[in-house]
Design a protein around this ligand. Structure first.
Ligand code: PRP
Ligand code: URA
Length: 209
């Protein structure tokens, strides 16, 4: 059974609050997204397995711990999930990146797939699916469906802001995954946008509105 982690770290809260502000510009928004991704990623990688290895320090031989494998993938949901990739790669520079292209139909709010390209050995990797927003949950559920259909097994979902409605949908659809959230907001509005939220994450990252 997966767990839900809502971050209470003051640095994460502060940076997400800056991202919410209307007058935070595109450059600042991008930089903040990268910083928050690194801070969240630091905690979300806490359970990566270690192995004991023997090394030589300048002083003596020593048994130390190192990562057991580097079998990690980052799975950004396009477009806005791309804003998380560099911040995660700062922690795990050898991770492979698999892109899942989805957009929400503006009328139905249902996710529409337009691209999916994952590492060939996805079934062996721990996959960090990243997207700033979990609103209705449709996009996250569909992205994780695609990844599972292509063999992905060990999956974690990370987002900046979640609505309780979307969190419930994701937990019900994929009860096996851990979910990391920087802020659990109040609710969705009538257009399925998160309140108070930060607006449209893709537009804010890429300046398209
Ligand atoms: C946003 C966001 C999520 C999705 C969340 O993407 O980045 O992928 O909406 O909404 P949901 O939980 O209701 O599915 P959007 O569809 O606006 O596409 P974009 O990233 O290309 O702007
Ligand atoms: N997608 C966004 O970018 N923002 C929301 O509030 C909801 C969906």
């Amino acid at each position: 059974m997966g767990k839900v982690y809502v971050f209470d770290h003051p640095l994460i809260q502060h940076k997400v609050s800056l991202m919410r502000k209307t007058d935070t510009n595109v450059k600042e928004f991008r930089e903040l997204a990268k910083e928050v991704a690194t801070l969240m990623g630091f905690e979300a990688t806490r359970d990566l397995p270690l192995k004991e290895v023997e090394i030589e320090t300048p002083m003596c031989k020593a048994k130390v711990h190192m990562l057991e494998g580097e079998d990690i993938a980052i799975g950004p949901i396009l477009r806005a999930g791309l804003g998380f990739v560099d911040g995660m790669l700062a922690l795990v520079p050898n991770a492979k990146v698999g892109h899942v292209g989805l957009y929400r139909d503006p009328e139905t709010h249902e996710p529409v797939e337009y691209y999916c390209k994952l590492p060939v050995d996805i079934e062996k990797r721990k996959i960090f699916v990243v997207d700033p927003m979990l609103a209705t949950g449709g996009s996250a559920v569909a992205a994780i469906d695609f990844i599972k259909q292509r063999g992905g097994k060990d999956i974690v979902f990370m987002c900046l802001i979640a609505a309780p409605e979307g969190l419930k949908v994701l937990e019900e659809a994929h009860p096996d995954i851990d979910i990391y959230i920087a802020s659990l907001d109040e609710r969705l509005n009538e257009n399925a946008y998160i309140l108070p939220g930060l607006g449209d994450a893709g537009d804010r990252l890429y300046g398209t509105k």
